[in-house]
Design a protein around this ligand. Structure first.
Ligand SMILES: *[C@@H]1O[C@H](CO)[C@@H](O)[C@H](O)[C@H]1NC(C)=O
Ligand SMILES: *[C@@H]1O[C@H](CO)[C@@H](O)[C@H](O)[C@H]1NC(C)=O
Ligand SMILES: *[C@@H]1O[C@H](CO)[C@@H](O)[C@H](O)[C@H]1NC(C)=O
Ligand SMILES: *[C@@H]1O[C@H](CO)[C@@H](O)[C@H](O)[C@H]1NC(C)=O
Ligand SMILES: *[C@@H]1O[C@H](CO)[C@@H](O)[C@H](O)[C@H]1NC(C)=O
Ligand SMILES: *[C@@H]1O[C@H](CO)[C@@H](O)[C@H](O)[C@H]1NC(C)=O
Length: 932
């Protein structure tokens, strides 16, 4: 558009030179000055668009168009379309112009058309009121400029406006209008887009909009509109063609509603509005409809048969929903007209059964999205007759059988295919040359077998290739890396690939590389500078990591369970976007670079002070040594730290809580750490897991345990924000990466969405303090009784003395208690029988004495050998030990019975550490914008 203006403006000028009214080929001086003042307000113009704004004739300037008759500026068009490509990894957006809008524009009295969209000229400020004084405006586009604050009602003075666009895709722009009655004066309005403007308080919005009889387009997406079923007795919107009310929390029944009466509609989007109930019959009244988006609501039941009349329908989304019926039934209800127009059908996750046979009737189909349903049977070979098919998404069904060359015979336009997670076998000949040129191919868990298929060799346009768990094996041929050097995401995980990779993959531009769970050998290759996610876990990679390994864009690096030797390279100091690093189960030595200023190779983001974004660092089971890593001083956001099973030594620094205030998990087990446990550790208010076992810590257990805030409440479910991910449905278009990795047993369930790392909803989080196998002495602090959320407490094999604090009986969540192999004395507190959740207890090898308390839960513990939890305490007596307490009558032991009605198998095992958080972690890199 802008380019067009640029080319066109001089042409108009040239063609109008002859006009006698035209004054000397230059613009009005006052208007030129106004434009120059506007230019003076621009602080950044990265693309040099205003470079042409020089010289006398402002009518020749970029984006300016004047009247050929009067020389007045009629049009100022500096707008940009905002492209997703403009979003950089750190979430910022490239804009053409930055600065502020000068009120000098007011001097452009005659300007009719003002378009400043997509320029960073409004950040954190309201739309200027003076715009409302540009009375001649017919076309005003101030979209995507970052405006916040109140939309000035002065816009209502622009009574000639036909086109008003103030929508915003910027996620940090919060413009609002609490009363849109100013719209009522804009009688000429044809096009109104106020999406993303907060209209929650504008309860009369519909009334105002209804006074605009010429309205052809109305977009109020994501405006917080929540008036349930707003209704209109009569509506004036007789020429409305496009209505977008998506992402508003109407949370109401879908029918009846006013928009079903707007029979002029060609496009209706009521996506994700919390609509419920059956799909309304009234849909059939919208006979001109071409595009219908009703996805992401709570609709239930079969679609209405009235849809049959809608011969113009080209694009339909009902998904996800709960249609709950057979696909044949559904397709019979779709338009059945002489000319079949239906091109895109979105029915994923809609509880649909049946076979794919019936889609063959939809002969114009270009995109079929029917993933995540209950389709069964085979994929009919006639699917190859759907010659327009570009996207075929049938993943996550129960389809079975063989897909052969014939299936693809006519699919010359196929660009994306998703066959994942069915029971399909893809069987094509060695020499098969596919008729298509794919961009995305997802074949996860299909059976391909054999070597990397030859036909892929011709598919060099592929940007997403998923062949995880397809039974492929052998070596990856060299052509593979070259053919897919431009690919965005390659997933070869969970196969039987072996052999070495090229030493360097730097020539590639891959951003996501998944090679985990194969049998690759040789060194880890040098990575392309573009890589964002790397998973090469569970292979046999050996040798050292390249010294300049990684890239500043790397966010996830999963390399556990290999045979990587040598040191962790200094280059990790430059991985400023890193979220997760897992190098567990390798043969790494020495320490981590401390990433002090001098080690920082290049300050990647010079604007921000140095610091790593990392949330999860797992280095378990290597041979790392040295003191507690200074590197961690740079990790302010760290939540999960696992240094277990290394040979780190020395004292724990006092800065742990200051530099890693968000720690949720601190695992230092099986190292050579020594000295006192710093009391500062107890101020980690989010800590759920503290594992210092098997070191040589000495001194006492700090009393300030009560400051471990996360452990003091019985609720152990971490707070998790909404799991409804509105981005999931764009997965098929590849704009969202959906990353699932089944890692080893002791990983956590995490979700990372863009910047935010969260736990999945309702993940029960294990809480544990394990200080066992150290040299701790002194008493067990009474304060331990305040850790009401604690599930596991293990203080065994220390030199602890004194009594067992009776407040331990408060720990209602406790499932496992191990105090064995200490020097505890005195009686076992009776209140231990209050521990109703307990399923493992060990008090053996202490100096405890007196009668063993009894109680329902205690009596069921360690049923096969109940004595084992008390042995090694010569002073203890009573059941279950054989020695009776002094004065007991033998007959009195009878009440110590096993409860007959409570024989449930204990599924709680001895080796309880964090180890049993079953491993599935999922990472979403969502869109930064909610719409593409
Ligand atoms: C413009 O609108 C505002 C508020 O809507 C009003 O107070 C003002 O008088 C109007 N200005 C002109 C010049 O019409
Ligand atoms: C239709 O629009 C006219 C003028 O724009 C207005 O007077 C009338 O009240 C509107 N009708 C309804 C039902 O809102
Ligand atoms: C709209 O559709 C419903 C149900 O199909 C029907 O009862 C009603 O008469 C229709 N209204 C109009 C205006 O066509
Ligand atoms: C799917 O649809 C069937 C009816 O066909 C219904 O019984 C079932 O509850 C639905 N499933 C879900 C998850 O709602
Ligand atoms: C598909 O088309 C055939 C022949 O035109 C017809 O008999 C059949 O009922 C159609 N199936 C569906 C599901 O519309
Ligand atoms: C995971 O746990 C199972 C059973 O406890 C064990 O057999 C397996 O070796 C463990 N896997 C890893 C990678 O630790």
């Amino acid at each position: 558009m802008s380019m067009w203006c640029f080319l066109l403006a001089p042409t108009i000028f040239a063609s109008s030179v002859s006009s006698e009214m035209f004054v000397n080929g230059s613009c009005i001086a006052a208007e030129r000055d106004a434009l120059l003042s506007f230019k003076a307000g621009i602080t950044s113009d990265p693309n040099g668009r205003l470079r042409s704004w020089r010289g006398r004739d402002c009518c020749r300037w970029y984006g300016v168009m004047c009247s050929s008759r009067t020389g007045h500026v009629l049009k100022l068009d500096l707008g940009n379309d905002l492209y997703i490509d403009d979003i950089l990894n750190n979430g910022s957006v490239v804009h053409w112009l930055r600065g502020q809008i000068s009120s000098s524009l007011l001097s452009l009295h005659r300007v009719k058309h003002l378009n400043l969209s997509g320029n960073d000229l409004g950040r954190h400020m309201p739309i200027p009121k003076f715009i409302g004084a540009l009375k001649s405006l017919t076309h005003l586009d101030l979209s995507n400029m970052g405006f916040s604050g109140r939309v000035p009602p002065q816009l209502g003075n622009l009574t000639r406006l036909e086109h008003l666009d103030i929508h915003s895709d910027w996620f940090y722009a919060y413009a609002y209008s609490s009363d849109v009655s100013w719209l009522e004066r804009l009688h000429s309005l044809v096009y109104l887009d106020m999406s993303d403007v907060d209209l929650r308080a504008a309860v009369n919005w519909l009334h105002s909009v209804n006074t605009l009889p010429n309205l052809s387009l109305l977009q109020l997406s994501n405006c917080g509109l929540n008036s349930s079923s707003p209704s209109l007795l009569h509506h004036n919107l007789t020429v409305l063609e496009t209505l977008d009310l998506s992402y508003n929390p109407f949370n109401s029944h879908a029918a009846p509603n006013w928009y079903w009466d707007v029979t002029s509609l060609k496009s209706l989007s009521i996506r994700q509005c919390g609509l419920s109930g059956p799909f309304p019959d009234e849909l059939g009244n919208l006979t001109l409809l071409e595009t219908l988006n009703m996805g992401w609501n709570n609709m239930e039941g079969m679609i209405p048969s009235t849809l049959k009349n809608l011969c113009g329908l080209e694009w339909i989304s009902f998904a996800p929903s709960n249609i709950g019926g057979d696909i044949t039934d559904l397709i019979e209800r779709l338009p059945n007209c002489s000319s079949d127009n239906l091109q895109n059908l979105f029915l994923f996750d809609s509880n649909i059964t049946g076979t794919l046979e019936s889609v063959l009737n939809l002969t114009s189909l270009s995109g079929l999205f029917i993933d995540e349903n209950y389709l069964s049977g085979s994929v009919p070979v006639e699917i190859g007759t759907l010659r327009n098919l570009r996207i075929l998404g049938i993943s996550n069904n129960s389809l079975s059988g063989v897909i052969s060359e014939a299936h693809f015979s006519g699919l010359t336009n196929l660009e994306e295919i998703d066959l994942s997670h069915n029971y399909l076998q893809v069987m094509v000949g060695m020499d098969w040359e596919p008729p298509f040129n794919l961009k995305e191919a997802y074949l996860t868990s299909c059976h391909l077998g054999g070597q990397v298929p030859n036909w892929l060799r011709g598919q060099s346009n592929l940007s997403y290739l998923g062949v995880s768990d397809t039974g492929l094996g052998g070596r990856i041929p060299d052509w593979f890396w070259i053919t897919f050097s431009k690919a965005y995401s390659l997933d070869l995980s969970y196969n039987q690939f072996h052999g070495e990779l090229p030493l360097s993959l730097e020539f590639m531009s891959v951003e996501e590389l998944f090679l985990q769970s194969n049998s690759f050998t040789g060194s880890v290759p040098q990575l392309p500078g573009s890589v964002v996610i790397l998973d090469i876990s569970n292979n046999f990679f050996n040798g050292q990591l390249p010294s300049n390994f990684g890239s500043p864009y790397l966010q996830v690096a999963v390399l556990f369970s290999n045979r990587i030797t040598g040191i962790i390279p200094n280059s990790i100091c430059g991985w400023t976007n890193l979220r997760l690093l897992d190098l567990s189960n390798n043969l790494l030595m020495r320490g981590l670079p401390d990433c002090g200023k001098e080690e920082q190779k290049q300050p990647v983001n010079s604007a921000s002070s140095f610091g790593l974004q990392i949330r999860t660092l797992r280095l378990r089971n290597n041979s790392l040594s040295g003191g507690f890593p200074l590197f961690l001083k740079q990790c302010q956001n760290l939540m999960f730290l696992d240094l277990a099973q290394n040979i780190f030594s020395g004292e724990l620094p006092v800065w742990i809580s200051e530099h890693m205030p968000s720690l949720v998990m601190l695992q230092l087990r099986s190292n050579n750490f020594s000295g006192h446990i710093p009391i500062e550790i107890m101020t980690l208010s989010s800590l759920h897991i503290l594992d210092l076992a098997s070191n040589t810590f000495s001194g006492v257990i700090p009393q300030s345990l009560v400051k471990l805030k996360a452990l003091t409440t019985a609720a152990m479910v971490l707070d998790i924000s909404d799991d409804d991910d509105p981005f999931l449905d764009v997965r098929h278009r590849g704009t969202t990466t959906y990353y699932v990795s089944n890692t080893n047993n002791d990983t956590l369930s995490l979700v990372i969405k863009g910047e935010v790392l969260e736990y999945r909803k309702n993940v029960e989080f294990v809480t544990s303090i394990d200080l066992s196998c150290n040299r701790l002495a002194g008493q067990i602090p009474e304060e331990i009784g305040s850790l009401l959320g604690l599930v596991n407490l293990n203080l065994s094999s220390n030199f602890l003395s004194g009594n067992i604090p009776y407040k331990i009986g408060n720990l209602q969540s406790l499932e496992s208690l191990d105090l064995s192999n200490n020097r505890l004395s005195g009686e076992i507190p009776l209140c231990l029988s209050n521990l109703t959740s307990i399923s493992y207890m060990n008090l053996s090898y202490n100096n405890l004495s007196g009668r063993i308390p009894s109680g329902r839960q205690l009596d069921t513990l360690m049923a096969d050998d109940p004595t084992s939890m008390y042995i090694g305490n010569p002073g203890l007596c009573g059941h279950p030990l054989p020695n009776a307490c002094p004065g007991d009558q033998p007959s009195q032991e009878a009440p110590m019975r096993w409860s007959e009605d409570d024989t449930t198998q204990m599924d709680f095992h001895l080796g309880l550490t964090v180890g049993f958080l079953v491993g599935l972690w999922i990472i979403f890199f969502g869109l930064l914008f909610k719409k593409t």
